[in-house]
Ligand binder design. Structure first.
Ligand code: SD4
Length: 323
């Protein structure tokens, strides 16, 4: 258990952790301010190319964004999926929470809402995202989400042609084709000195997704979950699989039942592993007293996450081996 406050987030995104920490330490700020500032930093810096603009182009070459925020004090949530042409997706998620009675907005209508709320509409494409898209289109050895799986990656190597026959290829397992580089997300938990907890996520989802695809990150209980007096969790990995099991909600329920943070993290992945033994993903867990931990599956080098507490001068990366 650390001395509160606590900032913890997925992967080695120390800049996001430190940004959240700095905001949390200013007077008059809340845990939500810190969380949104930390994740916004990642969006700006395009952490790992998988958060923010210019990453994970879909089948048509467009980058779309997913994010959510949850306030453990009130259970208020704001989320946005398949957001187009707005960079600060976690800011839009917060606006959904604070300025509407809804929980999730999607697609072009979410863009319209964002613009009405004062966010700038601009292209999310970069030379990098255009390059990823062109490489894939011309020589599609990457996962093709229409194929619903090829056990043999070579079989469907490009050039990519959208074709109705792709819908007919069934009964094999797509997730074998999805490597870590195709999937990262910032998921963050902040616990303030009064034991209030907030959670959130921000991502550009999965490379070459079918347009309209929304991942786990903006889904409450899948991407993140937070409950005061208990704790919170946030997930990263193959969202198409993970969202079927609500791992973040599951982990928080396990905390409530009395499991430790480590146990809650690993147990929340168990049902996923049972049905999808090849799935890749991880979950971070914290309780409101400052204990934290993580678990992962399918990452050969383990799962790095970043944490900062009052006992640390800087954000620190901790790597857990996978179960
Ligand atoms: C998604 N879960 O959209 C996200 C991607 C991710 O680590 O977290 N990858 O499926």
């Amino acid at each position: 258990t650390c001395t509160l406050p606590l900032v913890i987030n997925t992967w080695n995104f120390n800049n996001a952790t430190n940004k959240a920490w700095t905001v949390l330490k200013q007077t008059g700020t809340t845990a939500m301010d810190a969380l949104v500032a930390g994740c916004t930093e990642c969006e700006r810096q395009q952490c790992d190319g998988t958060v923010g603009f210019g990453g994970s182009p879909d089948e048509s070459g467009e980058t779309t964004l997913d994010a959510m925020v949850m306030d453990g004090r009130t259970s208020d949530v704001g989320a946005v999926g398949d957001l187009r042409q707005v960079k600060n997706v976690i800011g839009v998620a917060r606006a959904v929470m604070e300025f509407t009675q809804h929980t999730i907005l999607v697609g072009k209508s979410a863009t319209k809402f964002a613009v009405e709320m004062g966010f700038t509409s601009e292209s999310l494409a970069t030379n990098r995202s255009v390059g990823i898209y062109k490489d894939w289109k011309n020589n599609s050895c990457q996962p093709n989400y229409r194929e619903n799986v090829s056990p043999d990656p070579k079989k469907y190597c490009g050039p990519y042609k959208p074709d109705k026959k792709y819908f007919k290829i069934q009964n094999s397992r797509r997730d074998k084709l999805i490597g870590r580089k195709n999937h990262d997300t910032i998921g963050m938990l902040v616990v303030d000195s009064d034991h209030n907890i907030v959670g959130g996520t921000s991502t550009n989802g999965a490379n070459h997704k079918v347009p309209g695809r929304v991942g786990d990150s903006p889904i409450v209980g899948a991407g993140a979950y937070a409950r005061n007096n208990v704790g919170g969790a946030a997930a990263t990995g193959d969202g198409d699989i993970m969202m079927r099991f609500l791992p973040s909600f599951h982990a928080v329920m396990l905390l409530e039942m009395g499991y430790t943070v480590e146990e809650a993290a690993s147990r929340s992945l168990k049902p996923i592993i049972k049905y999808y033994p090849d799935f890749t993903g991880a979950v971070i867990v914290a309780n409101v007293n400052g204990s934290y931990g993580a678990a992962c599956h399918g990452l050969s080098n383990g799962f790095p996450y970043s944490v900062r507490t009052s006992d640390m001068k800087e954000a620190t990366i901790i790597t857990v081996p996978c179960i």
